[in-house]
Design a binder for this molecule. Structure first.
Ligand code: GLU
Length: 400
């Protein structure tokens, strides 16, 4: 008998965090590493937000707060949902947690029973299936390959739903592909959901503001208001406001669910950091102007990376609608051997050999459920991206 729980043996450590940690370790050891693993903006948190946190410290907002967030932040979140998504909520329908990750986890903890199923379109963010496994549920993976632009069709959703389905986890723009569902595409999915009233929707809208070109973000409860009573709309300040380390995520949903999430949080972490909450109030209520200028930079970097990758024989990289990731296929490279003799038999060996032989850290596709691919986070400087793309090009050109 092992000391560790049987549940824990069913999950793995987060691969995105593992790759980021590995790159940091190699860098600290003096290696010339370009980290394209971590999914976080390289921009600094805007000054007005930092100032709000300093004020919070100085006026003594340094004590426990209400478990699921201060009233001022809930009001800022309500205003945000109204402004951006035409959704109306009351404070009893809002919860704040230590990052979107905790909110998602709490919601699953609060609702899942042994054997409940959760439909998860793949490629998925690495933590969705493992969170479901941690709560005793069964992830039902729907594979959405490069041919369908990494998006789930209504037919696929219909086929995945069973009487045991509790949730659909939806994420657009997506981590790891950057694919975004248009209004029409999402509408077709919501039509399927209308036919299955026992299925709830957990939508992870973390990349809402990172939407490019003509792509217009939309969220399930906005597209189909009749789903609002069974939708948890999750968002946070990490990506749009360059606040990953502050750990503030939030969600809106039916009061009964929000209350249950609060109960879970009251028995685990209690409130998210009081200072970060006041910073998040300023993020949501303050000027939003920098989002557009940050996005111009992201689009430039996306185009740079997509072009460089598509110039490599054996690599195919679709142009994503949002987020700061690309998810190229390396189907054309499988079976080749690297300069130092490693057989590239899957995307994990590709990513490992790429890191060892060129110092470029990416996350292998199997971690996100669709292979053979890899994820690049292009939220880093143009210079680093250019250098990384040159190294990837050389690495691939040398494959035999
Ligand atoms: N969401 C980011 C990523 O995918 C942060 C790391 C994590 O929590 O997975 O890289």
């Amino acid at each position: 008998m092992t000391f560790l729980s049987a549940t824990l043996t069913r999950v793995k450590p987060s691969p995105t965090i593992a790759v980021t940690a590995k790159a940091a370790e190699l860098k600290a050891a003096g290696r010339d590493i370009i980290g394209l693993g971590a999914g976080e903006p390289d921009f600094d948190t805007p000054q007005n937000i930092k100032d709000a946190s300093l004020i919070a410290i100085n006026v003594g907002h340094t004590k426990y707060t209400a478990v699921d967030g201060i009233l001022e932040l809930k009001q800022a979140i309500i205003a945000k949902f109204k402004r951006d998504n035409s959704l109306n909520y009351s404070t009893k329908e809002i919860t704040v947690g230590t990052g979107g990750k905790q909110v998602l986890y709490n919601a699953l903890m609060a609702t899942m029973n042994q054997g409940d199923e959760v439909v998860i379109p793949a490629p998925y963010w690495v933590s969705y299936p493992d969170m479901v496994l941690l709560t005793g549920g069964t992830p039902v993976i729907v594979t959405c390959g490069i041919d369908s632009a990494f998006k789930m069709t209504p037919e696929q959703l219909e086929a995945a739903i069973t009487p045991k389905t509790k949730w659909l986890i939806f994420n657009s723009p997506s981590n790891p592909t950057g694919a975004g569902y248009s209004y029409d595409e999402l509408k077709l999915l919501t039509e399927v959901l209308i036919r299955h009233p026992h299925v709830w929707v957990m939508t992870d809208d973390m990349y809402e503001h990172l939407a490019y070109d003509a792509f217009k973000f939309c969220t399930p409860a906005e597209v189909e208001p009749s789903l609002k009573g069974r939708t948890l709309t999750v968002n946070g300040v990490s990506k749009a406001y360059a606040m990953t380390g502050w750990r503030i995520g939030y969600a809106a949903g039916p009061e009964v669910l929000i209350k249950a999430i609060r109960k879970v949080q009251s028995q685990s972490t209690s409130n998210p950091c009081s200072i970060s909450q006041w910073a998040a109030v300023e993020a949501l209520n303050g000027s939003q102007d920098f989002i557009a200028s940050n996005n111009e930079v992201f689009v430039r970097r996306r185009d740079l990376v997509v072009k460089a990758l598509n110039d490599i024989s054996g690599v195919e990289c679709p142009v994503p609608e949002g987020a700061f990731y690309v998810y190229p296929s390396i189907a054309g490279l499988i079976g080749k051997t690297s300069a130092s003799g490693t057989l590239i038999d899957n995307d994990e060996t590709f990513a490992t050999a790429l890191l060892e032989e060129t110092g470029v850290a990416v996350v292998f596709g199997a971690a996100f459920g669709v292979s053979p691919n890899f994820r690049i986070s292009y939220a880093t400087s143009d210079e680093a991206l250019k250098e990384a793309c040159e190294r990837i090009l050389r690495f691939c050109a040398n494959l035999q």
